[in-house]
Design a protein around this ligand. Structure first.
Ligand code: HEM
Length: 309
């Protein structure tokens, strides 16, 4: 049974226990994003990877313990997930201001919102009151996070398991209008697509040659990164959807959204109405942020986001 948690989380949760919580977090995010805009992308992705695995309980932030590797070590997170130091910096300041009041799971939810504001002027109130989990297991991302080669149907089923609709899945994929991908997450589309085509015929041929220049075949240990959205790489906007219409989606899981009849019209609508997409994105982030949350006496408030108390 999914616990949507929205009934238990509250906007303004820290108003009396730690009034500066949200401003401390926003300041840490603004500072980091000013230095490197794509750290904001990292934080939005980190919230997604937290919420889809054991709910939004900051399990993504826990370090491995001897003999028990944590979620961080899974190939979906290591080495690509980034922004941990921003959460740690905000947490350290909050521990000195109001010890053990503000959960790491809430810090991550606020930091994702602050990143969306900074990179896309998308603002929304974040219901809070999440508690931090005690468990993080390396193999759980495989069972919960969608891989880059999923088609629209598989993505729909994966998001449905977390209580998110087809429209919300397409809308949240718009986060791929910022940040980067390693070549290894799409190089199959360039060099080893299938038995008939070495190159994915659904990819614009000009994009394919640009990508081949940046991602040589068999690069071995080196795995360069390229922007997910070549048009506005540091702006959280609906250009992602026009890229898909132009066959310039980077990942299989991106391009499938325009190529599949069940989602093509959602892509068209999101292309044509950026304001409506931004509103849907904000609402879907709040919903994603309430997946299977721990509240009240469940879990704990960690002192250090990297380890249980
Ligand atoms: C629909 C299924 C999704 C799949 C299959 C997927 C897969 C991926 C992959 C493979 C990357 C590149 C990783 C790398 O190689 O470095 C990536 C990056 C990213 N994803 Fe997703 N993702 C999905 C949905 C989402 C959602 C729902 C969000 C947030 C709401 C999100 C936010 C991001 C961001 C911001 C980046 C760039 C990260 C950075 O630059 O550090 N993704 N995703």
């Amino acid at each position: 049974m999914l616990n949507s948690g929205s009934a238990t989380l509250q906007v303004g949760f820290y108003r009396s226990t730690c009034p500066s919580a949200e401003s401390v977090i926003r300041k840490a995010v603004n500072k980091a994003v000013a230095r490197n805009p794509s750290i904001g992308a990292g934080l939005i992705r980190m919230h997604f990877h937290d919420c889809f695995v054991r709910g939004c309980d900051a399990s993504i932030l826990l370090d491995s313990t001897p003999g028990s590797p944590s979620e961080k070590e899974h190939p979906a997170n290591n080495p690509s997930l980034r922004g941990f130091e921003v959460i740690d910096e905000a947490k350290a300041e909050l521990e000195s201001l109001c010890p053990q009041k503000v959960s790491c799971a809430d810090i991550l939810a606020f930091a994702a919102r602050d990143s969306a504001y900074k990179l896309g002027s998308i603002n929304y109130a974040v219901p809070a009151g999440r508690r931090d989990g005690l468990v993080s297991l390396k193999d759980e991302p495989s069972q919960n996070l969608p891989p880059f080669f999923f088609n629209a149907q598989q993505l729909e089923a994966n998001f449905a398991r977390k209580g998110l609709s087809l429209d919300e899945m397409v809308t949240l994929s718009g986060a791929h209008s910022i940040g980067v991908s390693h070549c290894s997450s799409f190089s199959n589309r360039l060099y080893s697509f299938n038995a008939t085509h070495t190159q994915d015929p659904s990819m614009d041929t000009k994009l394919a040659s640009e990508l081949k220049a940046k991602c040589p075949n068999n690069v071995g240990a080196s795995d360069p990164t390229v922007p997910l959205d070549f048009v506005t790489p540091n702006k959280l906007d609906n250009k992602y959807y026009s890229n898909l219409k132009n066959h310039r989606g980077l990942l299989t899981s991106d391009q499938t959204l325009f190529n599949s009849p069940s989602t093509a019209n959602i892509v068209r609508r999101n292309t044509n109405n950026g304001g409506a997409w931004a509103n849907k994105f904000a609402a879907a982030m709040v919903k994603m942020g309430s997946i299977e949350v721990l509240t009240r006496s469940q879990g704990e408030i960690r002192r250090n986001c990297k380890m249980v108390n």
